[in-house]
Design a protein around this ligand. Structure first.
Ligand SMILES: *Cc1c(COP(=O)(O)O)cnc(C)c1O
Length: 359
């Protein structure tokens, strides 16, 4: 069987050249005579890989020197707890923007630590749009939490809000490295790697130095950013192989021309699919124009009864994992960085043929 076009929301498509390089280096990594899987995390072999991965990420995202870059475990989900434990220390209150399942889960964990103020929500219309954000906060907050891209509902913020005297925390799990952001707008960014940056098992945290070191003394070590920052992500054994693979993905991204180049490509890919949806009476995008994600594109068929046929015929044509999330229904195509333009073209061609034969 040849490789399919994989539209999974995560874990998701990898660049083929990265998979090939990893395969070539699996048994003997370069001149080291052993696999990365076998290296001590304290060895120079591995600390060189760690440093290289970090340098590439700093370069790609233009991360200023006053931010730590941490490679942690536990997924974005663990950050739902680590963020409030480390940051909700002065006012014991934080503002959350509720744009769907992941924001809600982040709020559930934050409420275990302190007070959560929901400053905006799009729950009233099934999270199919982005809510208007208030100009100012109702009370003093330690941070404002935003989900930059909503993986399930297919909405994304193109501009980040700014609030005086507090800091912005972003869950960027599903659009990190897909478009350029000014890091200075954020106090902290976190992302599970498995959508756009590497394999699951690795969590990226980018945090301003001023926010680190404020966790209460009884904070478990593994939940304390200061401990991970001081140990350069090696307080315990880090996810070594995942860090190595992320490094290969970052090198691939640099070869593509970096984030601005991939953003231009991502905009082309998304436009191809959105235009197809907008020009059809048979397919319909669930999100309206200014709120649309470049990464996750949910869409419905005019006749729900054809969903299973669509999915089966798509899979037969090598287009897989298009089933929508159960809370939206229909289809969802995730067009992460590693999805080639040819994959989106193949999907669009398939959709037009499907409409011709079933519309
Ligand atoms: C996938 C996802 C998560 C969950 O990530 P884990 O690494 O599985 O914990 C959280 N937030 C967003 C926006 C996601 O897309």
């Amino acid at each position: 069987m040849s490789r399919v076009y994989n539209f999974s929301a995560g874990p998701s498509v990898f660049p083929v050249s990265v998979l090939q390089q990893a395969a070539e280096e699996m048994v003997e990594h370069r001149e080291h005579g052993m696999s990365v899987l076998e290296m001590s995390h304290r060895s120079k072999m591995f600390t060189d890989i760690l440093a290289d991965t970090k340098t590439r990420l700093r370069r790609l995202m233009a991360i200023p020197d006053d931010y730590h870059v941490l490679f942690l475990q536990g997924g974005a989900y663990t950050q739902f707890s680590m963020v409030p434990v480390n940051l909700m220390t002065q006012h014991r209150r934080a503002a959350y923007i509720n744009t769907g399942s992941w924001s809600k889960k982040a709020m559930v964990e934050a409420r275990k630590v302190g007070e959560v103020v929901e400053i905006a929500s799009s729950a009233d219309a099934g999270f199919s749009y982005l809510p208007e954000l208030p100009d100012s906060l109702p009370s003093a907050c330690d941070y404002v939490h935003i989900t930059s891209n909503n993986t399930i509902y297919g909405t994304a913020f193109s501009n980040m809000p700014h609030y005086e005297s507090t800091t912005l925390v972003a869950d960027m799990s599903s659009n990190i490295l897909s478009q350029a952001y000014d890091i200075n707008q954020f106090g902290l960014i976190y992302a599970g790697a498995q959508k756009n940056a590497g394999p699951s098992g690795l969590t990226i945290v980018i945090v301003h130095r001023d926010l680190v070191g404020k966790a209460p003394a009884n904070t478990p070590s593994m939940l304390d950013y200061a401990i991970h920052a001081k140990a350069d992500s090696c307080h315990n054994t880090p996810p070594c192989y995942a860090i190595y693979l992320a490094g290969l993905v970052f090198a691939w991204l640099e070869d593509q021309g970096g984030v601005p180049a991939i953003e231009a490509l991502n905009r082309r890919k998304a436009a191809l699919l959105y235009n197809t949806l907008d020009q059809s009476a048979f397919f319909r995008a669930t999100v309206a124009e200014p709120h649309r994600s470049l990464m996750n594109i949910p869409f419905l068929l005019a006749d729900d009864g054809l969903n299973d046929t669509f999915l089966k015929q798509a899979a037969d044509a090598g287009l897989v994992n298009l089933k929508g999330h159960r809370s939206v229904g229909g289809m969802r195509a995730s067009l992460y960085n590693a999805m080639p333009e040819a994959g989106v073209q193949a999907l669009v061609d398939f959709m037009q043929e499907f409409e011709r034969t079933h519309g």
